[in-house]
Write a protein that binds this ligand. Structure first.
Ligand SMILES: [Zn+2]
Length: 272
């Protein structure tokens, strides 16, 4: 398959950001929600995460371009390599399931929660929350993703294809956007919509321990983690005890995994 992966990756990403920014201005859930400092901090942490992953393990873990058209390993490969369109479809579905599992484990594993809490500790939700994550989380989650893909025999280029395909939805899920109710409802039969994902950012633990899906809604419904949002947004975003500015600054976000600890079942408990 001929594709300039890097060009596609960056052009879809930049286009998604521009379109979702425009939607935030056009259909805001909360008007006048702009906060340049918030946008800047989240953008910088993303740049750091990206640079870190690049320096430590190479561009986005591996140069996907090198893997296009190759599949030397994995269950599908051993059985019988299916046609490209079957691989793409299976890859999209199985990688979505693997992301759901990783996300769910991240809420219940002490180590992973320390990293994932950086994404959740954002006390306001907008397009920039999509970019907010600890550099080590990006690295660990990519090891998981590539490991699963290699084990199953999903070609690495399918990971790249999926990333590009779901970019617009991931940005939209965090955006300060109020979609028309009928569109939100129609999309919600199949996908994780902004309203469904917002509940996952609630400060209330029962609410943020639900709706783990990244793209398809089926996994939450199948594995009992789906929670119906009762309003367009939860009362409050963030993580209990991580609301202060010391967890919102760049160095605060980077140090969050070291500063928090949790007892079993109480991952929000923090130690200053
Ligand atoms: Zn989460």
């Amino acid at each position: 398959m001929l594709i300039d992966y890097e060009f596609a990756f960056y052009s879809v990403m930049v286009t998604s950001i521009i379109v979702v920014f425009w939607l935030e201005a056009l259909l805001p859930l909360e008007p006048d929600n702009w906060d340049l400092e918030h946008l800047g901090r989240n953008f910088i942490i993303w740049l750091l995460a990206f640079a870190c992953a690049d320096l430590l393990v190479g561009y986005y873990l591996v140069d996907i371009q090198l893997f296009i058209g190759q599949q030397p390993f994995g269950v599908f490969y051993w059985l019988a390599p299916p046609a490209d369109w079957v691989l793409i479809l299976l890859g999209l579905i199985l990688l979505d399931l693997s992301d759901y599992l990783f996300h769910r484990i991240s809420h219940h594993s002490r180590f992973l929660w320390r990293l994932h809490a950086v994404h959740h500790s954002d006390i306001r939700l907008d397009i920039s929350t999509t970019l907010r994550g600890h550099p080590f989380e990006l690295i660990v989650s990519n090891f998981w993703k590539f490991g699963i893909a290699l084990l199953l025999g999903v070609p690495i280029w399918v990971i790249g294809f999926r990333e590009i395909f779901i970019f617009p939805f991931i940005f939209l899920q965090h955006a300060n956007v109020k979609l028309p109710a009928r569109l939100e409802k129609a999309l919600g039969y199949v996908l994780i919509t902004p309203v469904i994902h917002r509940l996952h950012h609630s400060i209330n633990r029962e609410e943020h321990d639900s709706n783990y899906g990244e793209f398809l809604i089926i996994w939450d419904k199948l594995f009992g983690s789906f929670r119906i949002p009762e309003s367009l947004r939860p009362e409050k975003y963030g993580v209990k005890n991580l609301e202060s500015d010391s967890y919102q600054t760049i160095d605060g976000m980077l140090l969050t995994p070291l500063k928090i600890y949790h007892h079993a079942g109480l991952p929000q408990i923090t130690k200053e």
